[in-house]
Each structure stands twice: as structure tokens, then as C-alpha cells.
Design a protein around this ligand. Structure first.
Ligand code: SF4
Ligand code: SF4
Length: 380
């Protein structure tokens, strides 16, 4: 029972460094998950952010030969913003999803996994470990499910009985042989709240996500946001929490265990207008430490423009005119043109006509035409 003893010691150590939940899983290939991934690929539901081949993503031994166990960890994150600033007319604000509050969780979890690795190697020298968080080949969720951290909900999140789905997940493949845990039974039952609440129908059926329809993914793309999703975006700047917020398993779950995860309300819900003209340097200084900045400022600015259109925020018009005229990026000029059309007004019509004469980017021209069309339709 040496390994059971070692497992207890690893659990005790994990608690001492602030890991909220830990589970142990076998390294067998994820056969069912592999079939699901193949289906996802065939149906065109992948996001394009996936790492590795399906074979690598479902075969731990391909990543670390002689691997014996996978250790899955979960850290609970806050779900409520204390002192949230209000978004009011003339001073509108956007929102970053909860997974982008506080310091980038990839860094926090990597530090925890590194400490855990060091503890293990000190106890059993020669142990080899390979850790990953979110961007590795393995699916954090599939591992967590097998390790008994939680069940995979119809909203595609891992739901823990203790912290709901408001947990960050990471894992470590190790050559250490340790007793494994039992998965938790699916407790979604007849509930379908997340599927019903999804604004874009991205949860095709319980547990299957079409990434290309999911707002969380769409907020991270750099190109024009497809028309049909613009009015569904609301004031979201990065990510989408709707299918987690409506989940009854998350009711009352709001854990503040980690100082680094505490959000700055002004960054979690930033003013929209200043984002439109923020410099690269300022963006990096202000938002560089949050996970939602990983794609740079352009998607956030594009989303901020769409959010201002959602609010029909007239005070944004002078800045939008400026972007339409001078921004070097067609996506920003074009999205500004669309937003100007949504907000409307005589001056807007004039500005769009002027821009149309000068614009030479095909997509931006199309957006200007859409903006003008919206204004004409409103006049009828
Ligand atoms: Fe739907 Fe938003 Fe959930 Fe994506 S994150 S599945 S868009 S509710
Ligand atoms: Fe499951 Fe209901 Fe939560 Fe969706 S909302 S994940 S169906 S419990």
C-alpha cells in the first residue's frame, strides 16, 4: 500500500498549496472522447485552437511514454464581482467573462503544478511528469471527468459538487503508479437550462458544442464577426458565461480562495469608449495579465464597438467616425461603419457616404454599405 500512502501525501500537499480539488486517473486512451472528437471534426464544430492530433489528444502515453497516472487539479474561482461599476448611458461598460478575472489562470495553475511536481520528484526521484493547462494536447475536462473531479455537464463544463463549474482545471501525466479515483455520475438529469439559454444555439445537444457558433470562441476571433452574431454579443468583450450562470449547480457558488484571482472591477467591466483608442502599450499594461488579452487588443476593440452599437451609444459617434476614417485595420473601420449605421443619425449618414468614396478594402466597403442601408431602412 506504499502508493496509497504516497497518494495521501500528495493530496495533503496539494491542499497545503491551495489546490481546491485533486483527482487521480488511469492513463488509458480516452476512447469515447476520441470518437466524440472525430464527430466534432467531421461536423466542423472545432474551434481551430486545439493542439495536437486527435490521437495525441486522447492517448496520454503518446505524450509521456511509460506514463502510469494522470493527476487532475481544480482551483475554484470567484463568480461575483464586488463593487461592480454600473454601465450607464454616456458611460457604457463591457464585460470580461469570469475566467478572465484576476491574473491569467494559466500562470496560477502552472505554478501549482510545478510545486506539485517538485514535491513528487523529491519524494520519488526519477519520476517523470508532464503538466498542462488548457493549451496542452490533453482535454482538461476529459481528464477531470475520469479523475472524479466532476461530471461533464450539458454545457460542456466540468461540474464539481463543491464549486459548481467555476473551476480552472489542469493536469499532470506522471510515471508514478497511484490508485485512481471513481468518476462522479452525471447529475444533469432532465435539466436542459443551459441548452435553452444559449443565445446562439451553440450547444447543439446536451454535451456537444459547435465552437463556431459559441460566443466564447467568437469573441476571440480577429476577423469580422459574422452578422448573425453581432446582436447576440451584447456587451461581452471576451468570453460568455451564460450557460454557466443559468446552471442550478452554480447557484450560490462564489469562492474567493485565491488572492490572485480577485478581479479588479474596473478591468472586469471596463469602460468601452477608452478601449477604442487604447495604445498597444497601455493595453498591455492594463490588461496584459488577464487571460482575455491573449489575442491582443484587436478582438476586444472590435467587440467594444459592437457593444457600443448594442447600447446605441450616441456619445461614441465622434470616436467611431475617427476610426472609420483613420484606423489602419479594415476590421475596425468596417465594424465602426456597421456600428455607426446601428446608432444612426444624419451626420452618420454623411460620414458613411464620405468613407464610401475613399474606402478601398472590399470588406470594409461592404460594412459601410450595410451601415448606410440600416440608416435608409430606418428613414422609411
Ligand atoms: Fe452558448 Fe455562451 Fe455557453 Fe457558448 S458560452 S455555449 S455561446 S451560452
Ligand atoms: Fe446540467 Fe442543467 Fe447545468 Fe446544463 S444547466 S449543465 S443541464 S445542470
Amino acid at each position: 500500500m506504499v502508493n496509497a500512502q504516497l497518494k495521501s501525501e500528495i493530496i495533503a500537499y496539494s491542499k497545503s498549496i491551495g489546490i481546491d480539488k485533486i483527482g487521480f486517473a488511469a492513463v488509458d486512451p480516452f476512447v469515447l472522447f476520441r470518437e466524440r472528437l472525430k464527430d466534432q471534426q467531421q461536423l466542423g464544430y472545432e474551434s481551430g485552437f486545439e493542439k495536437g492530433t486527435i490521437e495525441e489528444r486522447t492517448t496520454p502515453a503518446k505524450l509521456l511514454p511509460v506514463a502510469k497516472t494522470i493527476i487532475s487539479i481544480a482551483l475554484a474561482y470567484p463568480s461575483r464581482l464586488k463593487n461592480a461599476p454600473r454601465s450607464v448611458k454616456g458611460d457604457r461598460r463591457g464585460i470580461f467573462c469570469r475566467a478572465s478575472w484576476g491574473e491569467d489562470y494559466h500562470h496560477i495553475l502552472r505554478r501549482k503544478l510545478k510545486a506539485l511536481e517538485e514535491f513528487i520528484v523529491e519524494r520519488v526521484p526519477d519520476t517523470r511528469c508532464l503538466s498542462m493547462v488548457d493549451t496542452g494536447e490533453l482535454s482538461d475536462r476529459a481528464v477531470a471527468e475520469r479523475a472524479g473531479i466532476g461530471w461533464s455537464g450539458k454545457n460542456c463544463a466540468v461540474i464539481t459538487p463543491e464549486f459548481g463549474s467555476y473551476v480552472y482545471l489542469g493536469e499532470m501525466i506522471t510515471t508514478l503508479s497511484l490508485p485512481v479515483d471513481t468518476p462522479i455520475e452525471d447529475q444533469c438529469g432532465e435539466c436542459n437550462k443551459c441548452v435553452d439559454a444559449c443565445p446562439t444555439g451553440a450547444l447543439v445537444q446536451g454535451g456537444q458544442l459547435d465552437s463556431n457558433k459559441c460566443i466564447a470562441f467568437l469573441t476571440q476571433t480577429k476577423d469580422f464577426l459574422p452578422d448573425q452574431y453581432r446582436k447576440k454579443l451584447g456587451n461581452r468583450l471576451y468570453g460568455c458565461d451564460t450557460c454557466q450562470v443559468v446552471c442550478p449547480e452554480n447557484k450560490g457558488k462564489d469562492h474567493h480562495h485565491h488572492e490572485e484571482m480577485e478581479p479588479d472591477p474596473d478591468l472586469a467591466k471596463p469602460r468601452l469608449l477608452p478601449l477604442l483608442t487604447i495604445s498597444n502599450r497601455e493595453f498591455k499594461e492594463k490588461f496584459g495579465h488577464v487571460s482575455g488579452s491573449w489575442r491582443g487588443k484587436k478582438p476586444i476593440q472590435r467587440n467594444a464597438i459592437i457593444a457600443l452599437a448594442h447600447y446605441k451609444e450616441e456619445s461614441a459617434l465622434p470616436t467611431l467616425y475617427e476610426l472609420l476614417k483613420n484606423d489602419p485595420r479594415p476590421v475596425i473601420r468596417g465594424t465602426a461603419a456597421w456600428a455607426i449605421g446601428e446608432i444612426g443619425g444624419e451626420e452618420s449618414e454623411k460620414r458613411l457616404n464620405l468613407a464610401l468614396e475613399k474606402e478601398d478594402d472590399k470588406d470594409a466597403v461592404e460594412e459601410i454599405s450595410k451601415g448606410l442601408e440600416t440608416i435608409y431602412q430606418r428613414k422609411k
